[in-house]
Ligand binder design. Structure first.
Ligand code: NAP
Length: 480
C-alpha cells in the first residue's frame, strides 16, 4: 500500500478533516501511482485562516526578503528537476522530455518573480492645487486562492503562486485532483525553502466544495483560476457576491493559418509543436488548421509524413513524442469529435482510432489524426478537442481567413505562417487573440504576457503583467 500523501496547511502536513482518500492513476498504464488525502471546504477554511494570519507579517517583509525565499525555491526546483519531471510524467502521461521542460519553466518562474518582487514601484503625480501632493502606492491584495488544472500540473502552480508571493500576498492552492502528486512535491520544496508557516498552503479536495469556500470566504481577496471556460464562469459568478478580484486563464480554440508563401517545413514543425505537445492537451493548442487552397495537398502530405515518424507511447519512455490522454473521459471526447467529423463528411487521412494493441490497451491512447474537409457544423470546429487531432480547413484569401479565425467565443492563441512581412503585421493586428505566434508554434516565455481575449479569460500571467494582478493601487493625498 502506497504511503498516504497529505495536504500542507499552516506549515504542517495534515490529513483531510473528513478522512477521505483519492487514488492517482498513471494514464499510460492504468496503475495507481499514489494515494492522497482528499478534503473539502473545512480544509480550505483552515488554510484560508492560516494564510490570513500569515499575510500580516509576510506583506510587511521587504521585497528583498521575500525575494530570497523565491530564489531558494528556484534553486530547489532546478535541482529536483528529474524527480519532479518523473512525477509529472507518471501522474498525467506527459513525455519525460516535455515534463523536464515544464519543470525548468516552473523554476524559471520562481527566479523571475524573485527578481520582479524588487521592482514594484509607486509614483508621484503632479497636483492641480499648490498645497497638495499626490502619492500612488502599490500594496498586495491580500489572501489569494488559486485553482490549477492537470495539463501543466507544476508550471500552472508556479505561474500563480510566484507573482502572488512576490507581490506580498499569501496563497491557498487547490491543484487538479488527477495531478496532486507533483503539487505535493513542489510544496515539499516550498517547505525546504523556509517560507514562514501559513504563507503558502496546499488544499487537495472536492472541487465544488473547496471552490465555494474560496469564492465565498471574505478573507480571500482574489481568486486565480486556470481551467475550462465553464468552471471559470461559475467561479466568476460566485466571486461577484463578495466582489473579489478574479484572474481567469480559460479555454482556447486556436486557429493555425498557413499561407501559400510560407516555409512549409517550418510550418509543419510549428504545427507539430502547437498541436501535439502534451498530446494536444494545452489551452493554446491548435484546434483549427486553415491552409490556403493551393497548398492543401502539399502541406497535408508533409504533415502525414511527420506523423508517421512520431512515437506514441508511455510518457516515461524517452523516445515518446506523443503520450496518452489524461483519462478515459478525455479520450472519449477526442474519439467523439473524430466520429462526429466523419459522420458530417470529414475525411480521415491519417489515424482516427484508439490504440489498443499490447501495452496501449492499458492506457488512454489515440492515434495522431488528420481530418480533411472540415466544416463549421462539426464539433471539432467549435469545441476544444484537447487531443491529438488536426482538422484541416481550406481558405482562399487573407480577409476570408481572418473572419473565419475570429468567428469564435475563444481568443487565447493564434498562429500564422507566411514569409510576407506586411502580412505578418496585418494578421497580428487583425486576430482577436491574446497571443499571436508569427512563424512560431510555441510562443510562451516566462516574461511575456499570457492570457486571452473574449471567453478565454481575464487578466494576464507572465512577467510584470502578472504582478499587477496581485497589487492594489492606493492614492494618498497630502495637504501641506
Ligand atoms: P476544469 O475542469 O475547469 O478544472 C480545472 C481546475 O478547476 C481543477 O483543479 C478542477 O478540480 C477545478 N474545478 C472543477 N470544477 C470546479 C468547481 N465547480 N469549482 C471550483 N473548482 C473546480 O479544467 P480541466 O479540464 O482540468 O483543464 C483543461 C482546461 O483548462 C481546458 O479548457 C484548457 O484550455 C484550460 N487551460 C487554460 C490555460 C490558460 O492559461 N488559459 C492553461 C491550461 C489549461 P478537479 O481536478 O478536482 O476537477
Amino acid at each position: 500500500m502506497a504511503e498516504l500523501k497529505k495536504m500542507y496547511i499552516n506549515g504542517e502536513w495534515v490529513e483531510a478533516e473528513g478522512g477521505d482518500k483519492l487514488e492517482v492513476i498513471n494514464p499510460s498504464t492504468g496503475e495507481t501511482v499514489g494515494i492522497v488525502t482528499f478534503g473539502d471546504s473545512r480544509d480550505a477554511q483552515k488554510a484560508i485562516d492560516a494564510a490570513d494570519v500569515a499575510f500580516k507579517s509576510w506583506s510587511k517583509l521587504t521585497a528583498r526578503e521575500r525575494s530570497k525565499y523565491l530564489y531558494n525555491l528556484y534553486e530547489l526546483v532546478r535541482n529536483d528537476r528529474d524527480q519532479l519531471a518523473g512525477i509529472v510524467s507518471a501522474e498525467m502521461g506527459k513525455p519525460l522530455r516535455e515534463a523536464k521542460g515544464e519543470v525548468l519553466g516552473t523554476a524559471d518562474n520562481f527566479m523571475w518573480y524573485a527578481e520582479e518582487a524588487k521592482r514594484v514601484y509607486g509614483e508621484t503625480v503632479p497636483s492641480s492645487v499648490p498645497n497638495k501632493r499626490i502619492m500612488v502606492n502599490k500594496q498586495p491584495v491580500g489572501v489569494v486562492a488559486a485553482i490549477t488544472p492537470w495539463n501543466f500540473p507544476v508550471n500552472m502552480v508556479a505561474r500563480k503562486i510566484a507573482p502572488a508571493l512576490a507581490a506580498g500576498c499569501t496563497v491557498v492552492l487547490k491543484p487538479a485532483e488527477s495531478t496532486p502528486l507533483s503539487a505535493i512535491r513542489l510544496f515539499e520544496l516550498i517547505e525546504q525553502a523556509g517560507f514562514p508557516k501559513g504563507v503558502v498552503n496546499l488544499v487537495i479536495g472536492e472541487p465544488e466544495s473547496v471552490g465555494q469556500e474560496f469564492t465565498g470566504n471574505k478573507k480571500v481577496r482574489k481568486v486565480g483560476f486556470t481551467g475550462s471556460t465553464r468552471v471559470g464562469k461559475l467561479l466568476m459568478e460566485a466571486a461577484a457576491k463578495t466582489v473579489k478580484r478574479v484572474s481567469l486563464e480559460l479555454g482556447g480554440h486556436a486557429p493555425f493559418i498557413v499561407f501559400e508563401d510560407a516555409d512549409l517545413d517550418a510550418a509543419v514543425a510549428g504545427l507539430f509543436e502547437s498541436k501535439f505537445r502534451n498530446t494536444g492537451q494545452q489551452c493554446i493548442c491548435t484546434n483549427r488548421l486553415y491552409v490556403q487552397e493551393s497548398i492543401v495537398s502539399a502541406f497535408t502530405e508533409k504533415l502525414v509524413e511527420r506523423l508517421k515518424n512520431a512515437k506514441v507511447g508511455d510518457g516515461r519512455d524517452k523516445a515518446t513524442e506523443i503520450g496518452p490522454l489524461v483519462n478515459e473521459r478525455g479520450l472519449q471526447k477526442v474519439l467523439d469529435h473524430i466520429d462526429d467529423a466523419k459522420k458530417k463528411g470529414g475525411k480521415i487521412v491519417f489515424g482516427g482510432n484508439r490504440l489498443t494493441d499490447g501495452e496501449y490497451g492499458k492506457g488512454f491512447f489515440c492515434e495522431p489524426t488528420v481530418v480533411l474537409d472540415v466544416t463549421k457544423e462539426m464539433k471539432i470546429y467549435n469545441e476544444e478537442t484537447f487531443g491529438p487531432v488536426v482538422p484541416v480547413v481550406a481558405f482562399r484569401e487573407e480577409a476570408e481567413v481572418i473572419e473565419l479565425a475570429n468567428d469564435t467565443d475563444y481568443g487565447l492563441a493564434a498562429y500564422v505562417y507566411t514569409k510576407d512581412n506586411s502580412r505578418c503585421f496585418r494578421m497580428s493586428e487583425a486576430l482577436e487573440y491574446g497571443i499571436v505566434g508569427i512563424n512560431d508554434g510555441a510562443p510562451t516565455q516566462t516574461q511575456a504576457p499570457f492570457g486571452g481575449f473574449k471567453e478565454s479569460g481575464i487578466g494576464r500571467e507572465g512577467g510584470r503583467y502578472a504582478m499587477e494582478e496581485f497589487l492594489e493601487t492606493k492614492f494618498v493625498s497630502f495637504q501641506i
